[in-house]
Design a protein around this ligand. Structure first.
Ligand SMILES: [Zn+2]
Length: 248
């Protein structure tokens, strides 16, 4: 394991059980490209260390355009293809879309069951997703409602829904067993408590983001600005998360 990943396992319950981990992780993102912004560097480091990752994308991204003439079905199809290309660059082969309509996500029992089903199928030890408590950042940035709904549903899915056999009992009829996720990493958080140095894989993160061609019409400018904005005062690049170790 690279030294810059050791902090993932420092001083917590997960450190004691690392040998027992099945080394599976899941990124659950509201829209195509959210996962790259949030966790592409960390995912690249982990897949290179043998971790098996799966993407779960909740919406179709069909409103991610300022072009009034764009066909939303065409855009949704393009964005799923772009997401698969981005995932491939990170070493992630499987992208599972749930195809909810972009911008219209609501926290309900149906969405919870869909996320629980995917957790019970793949059985990740770690999940990366949005911090649902982030409604504002700074003085003017509003977090998308789909992000908050996704984060809330993922947390509710981890505990207690995916753990308890009496939640969504139809899953057991389908051959799925319950599952305890051990750790959640929340991106876009106001309360970070872990910082992963991604300097060595920054190029992969930017390349993965630029796979979302519909979102970045000026790729060179985006890459240049990203390198400037994301650099810490010591010259390194980090992804920050709020880590929750689940005591279920
Ligand atoms: Zn988004």
């Amino acid at each position: 394991m690279p030294s810059n990943l050791m902090s993932l396992f420092d001083g917590s319950k997960i450190n004691e059980t690392v040998e027992a981990l099945n080394r599976k992780a899941m990124i659950i993102a509201a829209h195509p490209d959210d996962g790259e912004f949030g966790a592409a560097g960390t995912a690249t480091l982990l897949t290179a260390s043998g971790w098996d990752f799966q993407y779960l994308v909740i919406t179709d991204g069909s409103k991610g355009s300022s072009d009034k003439n764009v066909d939303k079905n065409d855009l949704g199809a393009s964005r799923l293809t772009e997401q698969q290309c981005a995932a491939n660059l990170l070493g992630i082969s499987k992208v599972k879309p749930l195809n909810h309509v972009d911008g219209e996500l609501v926290a309900d029992r149906n969405l919870l069951g869909e996320i629980v089903r995917e957790i019970r199928k793949f059985k990740p030890e770690i999940i990366f997703t949005h911090d649902p408590e982030s409604m504002f950042s700074g003085t003017g940035w509003i977090h998308h409602s789909d992000h908050r709904v996704t984060g809330q549903m993922v947390i509710d899915a981890v505990y207690p829904a995916a753990r308890d056999i009496l939640n969504f009992p139809e899953h057991s009829v389908q051959g799925l067993t319950t599952h305890n996720v051990q750790t959640i990493y929340l991106w876009d958080t106001e309360k970070p408590n872990i910082y992963i140095d991604i300097s060595d894989v920054l190029d992969q993160k930017i390349s993965a983001l630029l796979s979302h061609k519909s979102q970045f019409p000026s790729p060179k400018l985006f890459a240049h600005q990203s390198r400037q904005m994301w650099q810490d005062s010591d010259g390194r690049y980090r992804e920050e998360f709020r880590r929750l170790d689940i005591w279920a």
